[in-house]
Design a protein. Structure first.
Length: 141
C-alpha cells in the first residue's frame, strides 16, 4: 500500500525535484525583477518557458514567454534567456504592476509531463526611498 501511495504521489507531482529556483521574488511597482531557474543537463536542448497560474479550483498555467535552447526572447516587458552551459534560464519582468503579482512557473517542455517549478511573484505598492531621500524628507516633514 505504501509503495502504491509513493508511486501515486510521484505521478501527480510533475517534475518534482528536477528544477530549482526561488520560491518567491518581489519588487515594487514600476521596477524590474529577475528569476533564475536551474535545470538538469538532460534538458539543455528543450524549450524553456514562463507561465502564470490561473484558476482557483482547476488551475492551468498560461504561457507568457518561451525560448529555445541557448536563445533569448523579448516580448513587451518580459524577457527569457537560456544558458545551457550553466543549465539555467532567466526570466526578467519589467515595469511591474500590482496585476503581475501571483503564482508563476518556470517550465521545460518535454514529451509527456513538463518539468516545472512554482514561483510566487509579490509586487508591492509605494514609493521607494533611499536612505538619503528618507533623511531629507524626514527633516523637511
Amino acid at each position: 500500500m505504501m509503495r502504491l501511495l509513493l508511486l501515486w504521489g510521484w505521478i501527480i507531482i510533475p517534475g518534482y525535484g528536477a528544477m530549482v529556483g526561488p520560491k518567491e521574488v518581489s519588487g515594487p511597482e514600476g521596477s524590474s525583477l529577475s528569476v533564475q531557474c536551474f535545470y538538469e543537463d538532460k534538458h539543455e536542448e528543450n524549450s524553456k518557458y514562463w507561465c502564470k497560474v490561473t484558476g482557483l479550483f482547476f488551475q492551468r498555467c498560461i504561457t507568457i514567454i518561451t525560448t529555445e535552447s541557448g536563445k533569448e526572447e523579448t516580448d513587451g516587458k518580459m524577457s527569457i534567456m537560456d544558458n545551457p552551459q550553466s543549465r539555467t534560464f532567466t526570466v526578467i519582468m519589467r515595469n511591474l504592476t500590482l496585476k503581475d503579482a501571483g503564482q508563476y512557473q518556470c517550465g521545460i517542455s518535454r514529451f509527456g509531463v513538463d518539468e516545472v517549478f512554482e514561483v510566487t511573484v509579490v509586487v508591492f505598492s509605494g514609493k521607494i526611498f533611499s536612505l538619503q531621500t528618507w533623511r531629507t524628507e524626514a527633516k523637511m516633514g
